[in-house]
Design a protein around this ligand. Structure first.
Ligand SMILES: C[S@@+](CC[C@H](N)C(=O)[O-])C[C@H]1O[C@@H](n2cnc3c(N)ncnc32)[C@H](O)[C@@H]1O
Length: 365
């Protein structure tokens, strides 16, 4: 080995290229996905996962860290790419976890066909997770956790609605709510595949970034539980006037309308991983709503100045509502306040452009 490049991430030291660095020897490693991996480690700790599979393992970074930091005793790290397999071997040896990492180089679906039932399965593909869902869901055990990434955000978020219908069996929404709707479409698709095998898959944590969606679902078995899940799949209506998503028959979805976060896990993740996103998600998990209000859009439509977000949140809370920012967009507020109450609150803060100061004084209670 003439030239190597090492990366530090968490407690692990990782090599992702060998010999003379050229693209054919590169193994996929994206440092920007550190937070994504940090979260999977906290999930593994929370559910006391002892054995899992990283079916698209790349450099093996996630498997190595799950063992080093997540308390996992045995990880199956599989990747179809020969260089990835070599990297996983080097990385598990370097991090002294080679006895706990079982490496294979197979198509992921074949790997899953041959493996026993597992407590944790991670699907982290380039693009859509679709081709791996069926075989992964078959092998996820009772109380197991299925972790799924989707990087094909364009169809899910409504840039290509026909593709979304074809691949995810639902109509997306192309507006400020697109990422939440995308995650809810993805969750429903995974749940429908689970339903075939009488596996009820309930989301416990979800997050969205610019280029991917990530969801964690807990598996339980039984017809009744599956029926409970399916009852929460609904077509929704987007009310353009109020910019709200409602669970009345409409043209959006069908989507999963249940919770996308477990409150306790979200709190625990926020305590361990002190990032803006995890902190906001912990707050969002306390408010079960479909979507949020985009304050910038509402203010621009109603010709108001944009008030400070913290003031809006404080005012809504003062009025007895729950309210927080949303990690889906920096311009949104998630609240259980109805639209009219939200508008009253905005009126308190935002100076309508053509009002006089004295009129505003009367307005202020
Ligand atoms: C996005 S990368 C995985 C990244 C890795 N999980 C991480 O955290 O760094 C996707 C990986 O899937 C592998 N892959 C693609 N198609 C596959 C298939 N059908 N079976 C197994 N591995 C596959 C690629 O070689 C690539 O390493």
């Amino acid at each position: 080995m003439k030239e190597t490049k090492w990366h530090n991430e968490g407690k692990a030291k990782i090599i992702a290229s060998f010999g003379k660095i050229n693209s054919s020897m590169q193994v996929f490693y994206n440092p920007a996905m550190k937070l994504n991996r940090d979260i999977s480690i906290e999930i593994a700790k929370h559910y006391k996962i002892k054995e899992g599979a990283d079916i698209l393992a790349g450099s093996g970074i996630r498997s190595v860290r799950l063992v080093l930091e997540g308390g996992v005793e045995k990880m199956y790290a599989n990747d179809i790419n020969e260089n990835a397999s070599r990297a996983i071997k080097i990385n598990s040896t370097k991090n002294k976890v080679s006895k706990k990492i079982i490496i294979s180089q197979k198509p992921a679906t074949k790997f899953l066909e041959e493996i026993k039932t597992l407590e944790y399965i991670d699907i982290d593909p380039f693009g859509s997770p679709n081709q791996f869902l069926d075989s992964a869901i078959k092998k996820i055990g009772r109380r197991g956790i299925l972790a799924v990434t989707a990087t094909d955000t364009a169809p899910l978020a409504g840039t290509y609605p026909k593709t979304c219908k074809r691949k995810y069996w639902a109509a997306p929404l192309r507006n400020h709510l697109k990422h939440e709707v995308a995650i809810r479409i993805l969750i429903r698709k995974i749940q429908l595949i689970g339903a075939q095998y009488e596996k009820a898959l309930t989301p416990v944590y979800s997050h969205s970034t610019m280029h991917y969606y990530r969801v964690y679902l807990k598996c339980e078995k039984g017809k009744t539980k599956v029926d409970e899940i399916i009852k929460q799949h609904e077509l929704c209506n987007y009310d353009k006037e109020k910019e709200e998503l409602k669970t009345s028959q409409g043209e959006v979805g069908p989507i999963w309308t249940g919770k996308i976060w477990d409150e306790e896990i979200s709190k625990s993740i926020a305590e361990k991983i002190r990032e803006n996103m995890t902190r906001i998600i912990s707050e969002e998990s306390k408010i079960h709503t479909l979507g949020y209000y985009d304050i910038h859009e509402i203010c621009s439509k109603t010709k108001r100045q944009i008030p400070p977000f913290e003031s809006i949140i404080q005012q809504l809370v003062k009025q007895g509502y729950k309210a927080t920012r949303t990690h889906f967009t920096p311009t949104g507020i998630r609240t259980n306040a109805p639209y009219e109450e939200m508008m009253k609150c905005l009126s308190l803060f935002s100076l309508e452009r053509n009002r006089t100061q004295s009129e505003l004084e009367q307005f202020r209670i």
